[in-house]
Design a protein around this ligand. Structure first.
Ligand SMILES: *[C@@H]1O[C@H](CO)[C@@H](O)[C@H](O)[C@H]1NC(C)=O
Ligand SMILES: *[C@@H]1O[C@H](CO)[C@@H](O)[C@H](O)[C@H]1NC(C)=O
Length: 176
C-alpha cells in the first residue's frame, strides 16, 4: 500500500512539474551538450512524448540496469580470475566502486533526490556515478597504473558514462 501511494505521489509530481512534452529541437539542444550526442538522441527519442522529468526518470532506470549488468559481469570476472591475483584484486576493487557503496548507491540516491525535486542534488549524485566508474577503470589516483583490462567491463563503463552524461544535462535543465 505504502509503495503504491508513493508511486502515485511520484506520478503526480511528474505530471505537475513540467507537463509539456519536449520538441525535437530541444532534444537536439540537450544532446549536443552530452559526451555522445547520437547516443543521447537515440536514448531520448525512444520516448517521444515524455516530459523532461519523465526522461530523467527513464535515464535513471537505464543507468540502474547498466550498473547492475556491470556488477553481474564483475562477479563473473572475479570467479574467472582465480589464477590471476592481480586481475582478481582489480575486479574486487571494481565491485566496491560499482556496488551499494559506489555507483549503484549513487544511482539510488539520484532517484531519491529526483522524487524530492532536488534537481541540483540529482546532478551532483550523477557526477559521483562517473567518479565511481572511473575509480575502477582508471585507478583511484593518477599515479595508479590503470589495469590493462581485456574484458567487456571497459565497454560497459563507457555505456554507463554516456547514460550519466545525459542525466547530468537533463538534471541541469530541470533545475532551471
Ligand atoms: C505523441 O503526441 C502526438 C501529438 O499529440 C501524437 O500524435 C503521437 O501519436 C504521440 N506519440 C506517441 C508515441 O505516443
Ligand atoms: C543498458 O540498459 C539498457 C536499457 O535497459 C539496455 O538496453 C542496454 O542493453 C544496457 N547496456 C549495458 C551495457 O548494460
Amino acid at each position: 500500500m505504502i509503495s503504491r501511494f508513493c508511486f502515485l505521489v511520484f506520478v503526480l509530481f511528474l505530471f505537475g512539474s513540467s507537463s509539456n512534452a519536449i520538441p525535437e529541437s530541444e532534444v537536439k539542444s540537450i544532446c549536443i551538450k552530452t559526451q555522445n550526442p547520437p547516443f543521447c538522441v537515440t536514448l531520448l527519442s525512444s520516448n517521444p512524448n515524455a516530459t523532461i522529468a519523465e526522461l530523467t526518470q527513464n535515464t535513471i532506470d537505464i543507468a540502474r540496469t547498466n550498473v547492475s549488468n556491470a556488477i553481474t559481469l564483475i562477479k563473473k570476472l572475479i570467479d574467472e580470475s582465480e589464477k590471476n591475483p592481480k586481475a582478481k584484486g582489480h575486479y574486487k576493487a571494481c565491485l566496491d566502486h560499482f556496488g551499494e557503496d559506489g555507483a549503484l548507491g549513487d544511482v539510488d540516491y539520484t532517484q531519491e533526490l529526483l522524487k524530492k525535486g532536488d534537481f541540483q542534488g540529482v546532478n551532483v549524485a550523477a557526477a559521483s556515478i562517473t567518479d565511481d566508474v572511473e575509480d575502477c577503470i582508471s585507478g583511484e589516483s593518477p599515479t595508479d597504473p590503470a589495469f590493462d583490462d581485456h574484458s567487456s567491463l571497459p565497454s560497459y563503463a563507457i555505456v554507463i558514462e554516456s547514460v550519466v552524461s545525459v542525466l547530468l544535462v537533463l538534471s541541469k535543465h530541470l533545475g532551471h
